[in-house]
Design a protein. Structure first.
Length: 256
């Protein structure tokens, strides 16, 4: 269920395209609503209780209480997500009740090529390319569009990468643990995303300027990893919703 909701959030982050009419959400109210019933403080207390008890039965009871708190937090976050985006849960799938059909939505069996480094090989006969936002030359995107190929622009929304042009713009306090297998990346403290939101907004602006059809924000599952900030599911959900809202505000330059 958690993975499904994260996938839905990723789908929502795709640029909304021309004439998108989305109900404006008050970001501060959204944040307050999402955090209203979180149990961070209770979880900290539970952890401290576990440190101070040596009896196995007592520890087992405390662990059970901690699991209950976590399940309650997930349930509340899921409910809030559905309310914000008017989602109905059926027996087969979760349906987004959005009547706007103008924005590009990749369909099943869409053919694609994903290349994030090196000189982009544009020889593939596919429907869509996924390329790096910052490093892909404009002429490559233009050439693909000339062949009626959609272009998705990749950037990492949940991690700091030391080789990016805007790497020095991130506050040091939001840089967490190194990503497993990626020594030049660190998790971002997305629970404090307001402190670097302007950087993400500039990346979305760049995607618009380069005429990207949509974006692929990577590493939006930091809460499931050793991130250094004890991020929660609610933290991740709030950040991903903000990403979706900001992306939906952008108008692609290739609108008819």
């Amino acid at each position: 269920m958690k993975k499904l909701l994260i996938l839905i959030i990723f789908t929502l982050i795709l640029f909304s395209g021309c004439n998108y009419n989305q109900t404006d959400l008050d970001k501060n109210n959204t944040k307050n609503q999402l955090n209203e019933n979180t149990n961070k403080e209770k979880e900290i207390i539970v952890n401290e209780m576990m440190k101070n008890h040596s009896n196995n039965n007592e520890i087992l009871e405390i662990k059970n209480e901690k699991d209950i708190l976590k399940e309650k937090e997930l349930e509340e976050a899921n409910t809030k997500f559905k309310e914000l985006y008017n989602i109905t849960n059926t027996s087969q799938t979760i349906k987004i009740n959005n009547t706007n059909n103008n924005w590009y939505k990749p369909t099943p069996n869409t053919s694609w090529q994903w290349q994030l480094s090196g000189k982009i090989d544009t020889s593939y006969d596919v429907d869509m390319y996924d390329v790096d936002l910052e490093q892909t030359p404009q002429n490559v995107i233009n050439d693909l569009h000339a062949r009626d190929i959609k272009v998705i622009c990749y950037f990492s929304a949940g991690s700091w990468e030391e080789y990016r042009n805007d790497a020095n713009d991130f506050p040091k306090e939001v840089l967490g643990k190194v990503l497993d297998g990626w020594p030049d990346e660190k998790w971002l403290d997305i629970s404090n995303y307001e402190s670097f939101s302007h950087i993400i907004e500039k990346r979305l602006d760049l995607a618009t300027q380069k005429n990207c059809d949509r974006v692929e924000p990577d590493n939006v599952d930091g809460y499931t990893n050793e991130n250094g900030f004890n991020l929660t599911y609610t933290d991740q959900l709030e950040y991903n919703i903000w990403l979706a809202e900001e992306a939906h505000k952008k108008k692609p330059l290739n609108c008819p």
